[in-house]
Design a protein around this ligand. Structure first.
Ligand code: IFM
Length: 520
């Protein structure tokens, strides 16, 4: 398909596509700067959100044409509310290793990684960070970092090795022990049910484009809810359904490696349906006042427009954000996400219309207790909907770093989807270079500037309850294998030695103070 159909962060996760249309910073400078597109819509509609400073001129232009001063952090530390949860996150396939231990079945990522050329360095999910065997010492590590919360995911193929049928007790025991170990150390568990490791037999039966996968997920979720009983925890159903649908089923650079636009659309709907069914299963088991809540974890970002690209940016915003937020929080799909126009997801809109059955949207919109927000950076598009680079990139080619975009994302949810408490379930940056560094000043600055924006958003009325840095450990970074290091803690993948990076000590001081101090 045309590169015009790939305006998104998800698209940017593809291997470099030399045909992709993009304007570099110089071109944009010559064009005279840019305007805030989709994230500025509320401004055009009269909302008072403060837009980001223009990266070229130091002034700000918005869709409404107004200019405001850039935001400067205060010179005093910015405090967080009492009881704010401070954590770090991982996911099962990225850290556990031991992919055949104790009856675990194969997942789509085992299959995909085994194919030649899919993963940098030919890496697989073994040994990852060997967390399946080292979980006890990793708990001690979390305590030593001062973490008050830990977000991890349950591997579906450990719990149901073929994706359906009886539970595998040994797999469940691992997570029961992990949760009990966290609670013993006063570390609050945040449990994600699905972080991309679909049991391979379910993919063989059609994967997420098949409706039955949602029903299988509900069965699996019920098994995990029953096994972990009434232990206090925050629950998240599906991690980044956007990445699975677009990168896994449309661009083919994640498992299962397909390039089928209509399959991607159906994968969106069936993951959201799976989320709603799991919420219903949760409600059927938990008293409303239990010390546990449930929601979904969505990766979101502002979409900025290059000159003249407002319409494309609005549609790209539907693809990136509203296609997920609207059904979950409003019970409706946006009408501008899918089609042939610039910025849209280039698929037949009928793929969604036929996938949605009566009652699905009510199920998807089952009331949640919180929304997980995963923020890494911003997206920007030109008139054709192609990606443009507006802000400096990290080592991850898809990540344009812009801390104010975090504030815009949080306050946009406050305005457009009120009344849902928020938890930042991922936020972070990789080290420079495949070997990484312990003196990770760049990560510390990224975290500091983003936490300042989080504190600013809270001051402006955003109901933000917690923050999880991505990631606790260096780990298996999907198609990048072990060449991209996202951890607060360095992992030597030969010896499995863990060494806290400088950012981990800094993060500990933030947690202790419950406040983020200004930079030096
Ligand atoms: O490592 C991933 C994670 O699994 C999902 N969110 C983005 C992270 C960095 O790419």
């Amino acid at each position: 398909m045309s590169h015009h159909a790939r305006p998104t962060e998800a698209a940017a996760r593809r291997p470099a596509d030399p045909s992709a249309m993009s304007l570099d910073r110089r071109t944009l400078l010559q064009a005279g700067g840019w305007i805030v597109g989709a994230s500025g819509l509320a401004l055009a509609a009269g909302c008072t959100r403060t837009p980001s400073p223009s990266p070229t001129t130091g002034t700000t232009a918005t869709a409404g044409g107004a200019a405001t001063a850039p935001w400067a952090p205060p010179s005093e530390p910015m405090a967080f509310p009492e009881g704010f949860r401070w954590g770090a996150a991982t996911s099962a396939f990225q850290v556990e290793g031991s992919t055949t231990a104790d009856g675990r079945g194969p997942s789509i990522w085992d299959t995909f990684a085994a194919l030649p050329g899919t993963i940098d360095g030919g890496a697989t999910g073994d040994p990852a960070a060997d967390h399946y065997r080292r979980w006890r010492s990793d708990l001690e590590l979390m305590s030593s970092l001062g973490l008050g919360a830990y977000r991890f995911s349950v591997a579906w193929p450990r719990v149901q090795p073929t994706g359906s049928g009886a539970a595998n007790a040994r797999g469940l025991d691992f997570y029961k022990n992990l949760v009990d170990g966290l609670l013993e150390r006063n570390i609050h568990p945040a449990v994600t049910l699905y972080h991309w490791d679909l049991p391979q037999p379910l993919q063989d039966a059609g994967g997420w484009p098949a409706r039955d996968t949602a029903a299988r997920f509900a069965d699996y979720a019920a098994i995990v809810f029953d096994a972990l009983g009434d232990r206090p925890a925050d629950w998240f159903t599906i991690n980044e359904p956007k990445t699975t649908a677009y990168v896994g089923y449309l661009y083919g650079s994640h498992a299962p490696g397909l390039t089928d636009p209509e399959a991607a659309v159906r994968a969106v709907h069936h993951q959201l349906l799976a989320h709603g069914l799991a919420v219903q299963a949760f409600r059927a088991r938990r008293a409303a006042d239990a010390d546990a809540g449930i929601g979904i974890a969505l990766n979101l970002q502002p979409v900025y427009a290059a000159i003249g690209a407002e319409a494309a940016a609005t549609r790209a915003d539907a693809v990136e954000n509203r296609l997920f937020l609207d059904p979950v929080l409003r019970g409706e799909y946006p009408t501008d996400a899918i089609g042939k126009l610039a910025g849209q997801l280039r698929a037949d809109p009928a793929a969604l219309e036929t996938a949605v059955h009566d009652g699905d949207l009510a199920t998807i919109a089952a009331p949640c207790d919180h929304l997980g927000v995963q923020y890494y950076g911003v997206t920007a598009v030109d008139r054709s909907g192609g990606n443009v680079e507006m802000y400096p990139k990290s080592e991850a080619s898809w990540q344009q770093v812009h801390a104010e975009g975090f504030y815009e994302t949080l306050t946009r949810i406050r305005d457009d989807y009120p009344a849902i408490p928020l938890v930042v379930t991922e936020n972070g940056i990789p080290d420079r270079g495949p070997d990484g560094t312990l003196a990770d000043v760049e990560r510390r600055e990224y975290l500091r500037t983003h936490l300042q924006q989080a504190a600013r958003a809270i001051d402006d009325g955003v109901d933000l309850r917690g923050y999880y840095a991505w990631s606790l450990l260096d780990n298996f970074e999907w198609a990048r294998g072990y060449t991209q290091r996202w951890g607060l803690v360095h992992v030597d993948f030969d010896t499995q030695e863990r060494i806290a990076k400088d950012s981990a000590a800094w993060y500990r001081s933030v947690i202790e103070a419950n406040a983020v101090a200004p930079g030096e």
